[in-house]
Design a binder for this molecule. Structure first.
Ligand SMILES: [Fe+2]
Ligand SMILES: [Fe+2]
Length: 266
């Protein structure tokens, strides 16, 4: 059952700067004017807010298009086909965080994204030399990343018996090594910011900016590798495990350990 949305049939959707005003929306691809379907869908969906639901209408099979848009939005949206054409296809789109995580990849990628956002806020504050504003973000990030790495190290890595390479080149060994590196860099940044807050001058901030740029690169590579290789591998292993019950229990355990994503430290 889905709610009967008002079909907003605005007149001039030809330009790229479309600002939908209502809560729930309808995006009708037939009204995209000169825009490519992908661009139109991307511009309309990238501002989807928590709690919002969007119905997308297409006169061609939108599956490839939705996969592309979702990828471009770094998986921030969740979509499902609710009506199959021809003549019309209807897709229900929601912010991914409004839907329960369905896999380890989904769940852990969301946590990556949440942590990235906190870190980006901290970095923005540090860039304008506002240490006081940076610290709450850095604190939430520090607690969140430690919790995230602990779950990967202590719950997930042991749950999947993967062959380990004696030279440490296998994905699990790489992950564990990079975690140590990340924790070291986080600690250095925290020290820099504490020193800067205590000293009250701009000098130690250069150091913090350097370490933060370093960590930003380390994290991006690390998260990408996990999301592309390790997590899908774990999900496949869970799917193939007999019974399937164990997979659901593990998923729930990770959900409980990561918390509700509101940043409370455990
Ligand atoms: Fe990791
Ligand atoms: Fe991770």
């Amino acid at each position: 059952m889905h709610s009967a949305n008002h079909h907003h049939r605005g007149s001039s959707h030809g330009s790229g700067n479309v600002k939908p005003a209502t809560r729930d929306r309808t995006v009708d691809l037939r009204q995209r004017g000169d825009l490519a379907a992908h661009s139109y869908a991307y511009y309309m969906l990238r501002t989807l807010e928590p709690g919002q639901v969007c119905e997308l209408i297409a006169d061609e099979d939108p599956r490839l298009l939705m996969d592309g848009v979702s990828l471009q939005l770094r998986g921030r949206i969740h979509w499902e086909l609710v009506e199959e054409g021809p003549p019309l296809w209807k897709v229900r789109v929601r912010p991914r965080d409004d839907t329960p995580a369905g896999s380890l990849t989904d769940l852990l990628s969301r946590d990556h994204e949440r942590l990235d956002r906190l870190f980006a806020h901290a970095l923005a504050c540090v860039n304008r030399t506002d240490v006081a504003a940076a610290q709450p973000y850095m604190h939430a990030f520090g607690a969140g990343i430690r919790r995230h790495l602990r779950v990967e190290n202590e719950v997930l890595a042991p749950a999947f018996v993967a062959p380990r390479d004696p030279l440490g080149a296998d994905p699990t060994s790489t992950m564990l090594r990079e975690h140590d590196q990340i924790l070291e860099q986080v600690a250095m940044i925290e020290t820099c910011l504490e020193d800067a807050a205590a000293a009250g001058d701009g000098e130690p901030l250069n150091e913090a900016v350097t370490f933060m740029a370093l960590l930003s690169g380390t994290l991006a590579k690390h998260e990408h590798r996990e999301e592309q290789n390790l997590f899908p591998h774990w999900d496949r292993a869970l799917a193939q495990a007999p019974g399937g019950e164990g997979g659901q229990a593990l998923l729930q355990r990770v959900i409980d350990l990561l918390g509700d994503g509101t940043g409370g430290d455990k």
